[in-house]
Design a protein around this ligand. Structure first.
Ligand SMILES: [Zn+2]
Length: 437
C-alpha cells in the first residue's frame, strides 16, 4: 500500500503600499491584538497552560470584552497564538534554557482564520477589522502563482504582519496538497557525505559538491576570531558581539538551507521523472563518517553532522513528499567497504580510491557506496544477490557501469554549476569537458 500525505507550504504575499489613513487602522488592530496576546501569554505561563482549548475556555470571555469593537474571532486566534507561545516558552523553561521569567511578545503576526480574511480573486484580500471589512490589493508574485497553477489548495489559515516602514501588509498564506506516492520503477541512490552527495542515476554516479562542512567550519572560525577581538575590547559576552554573532548565524543558516534545498529539488525531480524511489542511508545517532570523527569539538561536530547529513536527508524527504517520490532507507554499514561485483573487501590507500581484493579493479569510495545502497534496496548485499541482480551485476566484463575493466569514477560537479541547473540533463557538456581535460 502506498502512502498519501498532506503537504503544506507557506507563501509570502505583500500588499501594495497603503495610504496612511488605511494603514493606521491596521496599526490600531495590531496594537489591540498584541495586547491580547501579551495578557493571554502571561496568564497561560502563570497557570501552566499550553493547550488552546483550555486557554480559550478560561479566558475568552474576558479577552472578548476587552475590545468589544474587535471582530470576535481575533480573541479566538489570539488564544491560539498565545497558547503556542506559552507552549514553546514552558518547554524552554523546563530545559533550563529560558532567559527571562516570562516570554516577550516582540514581533507580532496577527493570526487569521476563515472569518477574518478571504482572498477575492488573485489580487484582493479582504480583512475584518474594528472598522469593518477592508480590502487591500496584493502584489502577485511568481511563487504564489506557481502554487495556484499546480493545483495546491489555499487554506483558511493565514497570518499578517505589518511593514511599518513601507506601509504594507505582509501575508503568510498556506497552501495544501494531497500527494500519493507512486510505485517505483527504478532507484536513485544517494550517498551523503560532508562535502558532496554522490547520486547514482541511470548507471552514472554524479558527485554533487556541497562543501557543507567547509561552510560550517568557515563560519565557526570567523565567529571565533570575532569573539576573541570583541572580548578583548568589550569583555566577554558583550552586546555588540552578540549582535554580530546573531547576524552571522542567520547568514550561515540561510546559506546552508539554500544549498540543501536546491540539491534536494534537483535529486527529487530526477527521481520523479524516472518514477524512481530514492534510496538513503539510515542515519544513526553518531556520525560514522570519515572526516567528521577527527573534529574534537563536540558542538562543531554536531553542527556539521546536522547540516551535512541530517539536514540534507530532511530536505530530500520534504521535497520527495511534495512529488510523491517514495524514500527507502537501508543499512549503511560497510557500504563503501565491499566490492559490489565480487562481494570482496576493497582495500583503500590514503585517499578515496581502493582496490578490490578479489578482482583487482579500482573503485572510488562514493561509487562503491552508491552501488551498495542500490543492491541493498533491491534486497541483496552483492555477495548473495537475488537472480535479478545477477543480470544487473555482470561479473564477466559486462555492462559498462559495473564491468571490472571500467573506470569506477564518479562525475564531479561543482556547487556553482549544479546550483543553476533544473535537471541533470545539463551535465552532458560538463562531462565532455571533464573527459577532454
Ligand atoms: Zn571486485
Amino acid at each position: 500500500m502506498r502512502g498519501t500525505s498532506e503537504v503544506t507550504r507557506t507563501v509570502v504575499v505583500r500588499s501594495v503600499p497603503l495610504p496612511r489613513r488605511a494603514f493606521r487602522i491596521f496599526v490600531e488592530l495590531e496594537g489591540m491584538y498584541r495586547n491580547l496576546v501579551e495578557q493571554l501569554v502571561l496568564y497561560a505561563v502563570n497557570n501552566n497552560i499550553t493547550k488552546f482549548t483550555r486557554l480559550k475556555a478560561e479566558r475568552y470571555r474576558d479577552v472578548r470584552s476587552l475590545y468589544p469593537q474587535l471582530p470576535s474571532h481575533y480573541a479566538y486566534t489570539a488564544c491560539q497564538d498565545a497558547a503556542e507561545r506559552a507552549h514553546s516558552f514552558l518547554k524552554l523553561k523546563r530545559m533550563g534554557r529560558a532567559r527571562k521569567p516570562y516570554p516577550e511578545v516582540r514581533s507580532v503576526s496577527i493570526w487569521l482564520d476563515d472569518h477574518l480574511w478571504r482572498a477575492e480573486g488573485l489580487t484582493l484580500v479582504s480583512l475584518a477589522t474594528h472598522r469593518g471589512r477592508l480590502r487591500v490589493s496584493v502584489e502577485l508574485n511568481k511563487h504564489f502563482l506557481r502554487y495556484v497553477n499546480r493545483g495546491w489548495r489555499l487554506t483558511t489559515e493565514a497570518k499578517v504582519k505589518l511593514d511599518h516602514k513601507e506601509r504594507r501588509l505582509i501575508f503568510y498564506i498556506t497552501f495544501k496538497k494531497e500527494v500519493s506516492e507512486y510505485k517505483p520503477k527504478d532507484y536513485v541512490t544517494v550517498d551523503v557525505n560532508e562535502d558532496a552527495e554522490a547520486v547514482l542515476i541511470d548507471g552514472i554516479v554524479y558527485l554533487l559538491e556541497t562543501n557543507l562542512s567547509r561552510v560550517t567550519l568557515g563560519y565557526y572560525y570567523r565567529r571565533k576570531s570575532i569573539q576573541e577581538r570583541y572580548d578583548r575590547i568589550y569583555g566577554s559576552g558583550s552586546r555588540p558581539a552578540r549582535r554580530i554573532f546573531k547576524r552571522l548565524s542567520n547568514k550561515e543558516r540561510t546559506f546552508k538551507r539554500e544549498i540543501r534545498w536546491k540539491l534536494a529539488a534537483l535529486i527529487v525531480r530526477e527521481a520523479a521523472r524516472r518514477q524512481a524511489a530514492i534510496v538513503l542511508e539510515r542515519l544513526g545517532r553518531e556520525p560514522v563518517n570519515h572526516m567528521i570523527e577527527r573534529i574534537k569539538n563536540p558542538q562543531l561536530r554536531h553542527r556539521i553532522y546536522q547540516a551535512a547529513f541530517k539536514g540534507v536527508q530532511a530536505a530530500i524527504e520534504e521535497k520527495a513528499r511534495e512529488y510523491g517520490v517514495p524514500v527507502i532507507y537501508v543499512d549503511p554499514r560497510n557500504t563503501s567497504k565491499i566490492c559490489p561485483i565480487h562481494g570482496a573487501e576493497i582495500v583503500y590507500g590514503g585517499n578515496r580510491h581502493g582496490v578490490c581484493s578479489k578482482g583487482g579493479e579500482t573503485w572510488h569510495r562514493d561509487v562503491v557506496a552508491c552501488y551498495n545502497l542500490l543492491l541493498r534496496a533491491l534486497g541483496g548485499d552483492g555477495g548473495h544477490a537475488p537472480s535479478r541482480l545477477r543480470a544487473f551485476v555482470a561479473v564477466d566484463g559486462g555492462p559498462v557501469p559495473l564491468g571490472p575493466t571500467a573506470a569506477h569514477e564518479p562525475t564531479p560537479i561543482a556547487r556553482g554549476a549544479w546550483a543553476r541547473w533544473k535537471s541533470l540533463g545539463a551535465t552532458s557538456d560538463h562531462k565532455l569537458m571533464r573527459v577532454s581535460a
